[in-house]
Write a protein that binds this ligand. Structure first.
Ligand code: NI
Length: 134
């Protein structure tokens, strides 16, 4: 059984590699390399799968999952500049791929190991990224 909790956060970022020339950054990242940053309304789907607890009838209490997501993701990234404010991206280009992996790692550390975890990150209504640990 799989259950999902959805969370939303707004954040700014810039896609940029300091080891590349401005020309190459512009070529590869285009407008996403705007030096003054740009923002997204991210939507994160957090999918947890496991057995139904016969006592509660739940796979996981979604109130508990909501708290974990709030503490680990929303408090950390909402209304932040990912490049400047978030140590997670100090040396990591904050592409949606890497944001997905960072979110997965943070959540995985707080979830019982009996659960399987998968995250899906919507960066725009057309661009979706999924990570399940590999
Ligand atoms: Ni962007």
């Amino acid at each position: 059984m799989k259950v999902c909790r959805i969370a939303k956060f707004n954040a700014a970022h810039r896609l940029y590699r300091p080891d590349w020339s401005d020309e190459k950054n512009n070529l590869i990242f285009g407008k996403c390399n705007n030096p003054n940053f740009h923002g997204h309304n991210y939507k994160l789907e957090v999918w947890v799968s496991g057995k139904i607890d016969p006592e509660t009838g739940y796979v996981i209490d979604l109130k508990v999952l909501k708290e974990i997501i709030n503490n680990e993701i929303i408090e950390r990234f909402d209304h932040r500049n990912l490049n400047l404010d978030c140590p997670e991206f100090q040396d990591l280009n904050p592409t949606a791929e890497y944001i997905s992996i960072v979110c997965w790692d943070l959540l995985r550390a707080k979830l019982d190991s009996t659960y399987d975890l998968s995250v899906r990150l919507w960066e725009t209504e057309n661009n979706l990224f999924e990570y399940s640990g590999s």
